[in-house]
Design a protein. Sequence first.
Length: 280
Amino acid sequence: MLESLTTMRIGAHYSVAGSLEGAVRLAHKAGANTMQIFTASPRMWRASRHGADDIKRLKAARAECDVTPLVSHANYLINLTSADETIRAKSILAFREELFRCLLMGVDYLVVHPGNYKDQPLEAAIGAAALALSEAAQGVPESPLMVLLENTAGQGASLGSRVEEVAAIRSLVDGQLPYRVGYCLDTCHAHAAGLDFVEAASKLGFENVPVIHTNDSKNPRGSRVDRHDNIGKGHLGEAAFRAILTHPELRNKAFILETPFDNDGDDARDIAELKRLAGA
Ligand SMILES: [Zn+2]
Ligand SMILES: [Zn+2]
């Protein structure tokens, strides 16, 4: 049991507002051995890149603290399915920049939401997302980076609240891009969308889901509202997380918290909680 615990990857989302290296050290101090970051501001179109020295120190700190995999979450403004030509063009450009930043920084997984399909039939939106991914990948070198389509809570017209939707996007682009495509499954989003988490992961193929966003849900099952809660405090509860963390097909995944960290130590507490439930 001890051995399997040490090989588990449990971490959280950290801000890189200070420095990339500083974020790794904060994560390590809180007990994390994997982490998620934004490689640029998540709510601005214009992105600045981190300097070469900052990236070098990031890599050294990761090696020293054994923080792996490194996950990046794409900018929230990106909407690859948009029917609006301006938004679509900006989204493709921004996603392309995300890819290049990830390659420079040695990011292992880039998580992106499939988008919002207001004013379009579902099938057109799925096709638009696949086309946008292809366009954004033009000229991007081949790499071990994996892009992960994240399931959504189904709020408004968000694409990806059903496993069939993310699977359909992947099937249109898989094998045709300079990177592999898989899924990031979010426990809160799955709950809000009325899905059974393990069943959803199984349908997508456990091997295609390397990262799990591990969030409790402030709202009940099927609410379609995306509000994260701290582990054990929401509608998923301890039993659901224990079942996920101890599932033999899921134990080798990277578990990333995106729960509210309002006070110092909240991250360490949720990380410790996941470790406790994983070992129980
Ligand atoms: Zn998430
Ligand atoms: Zn969410």
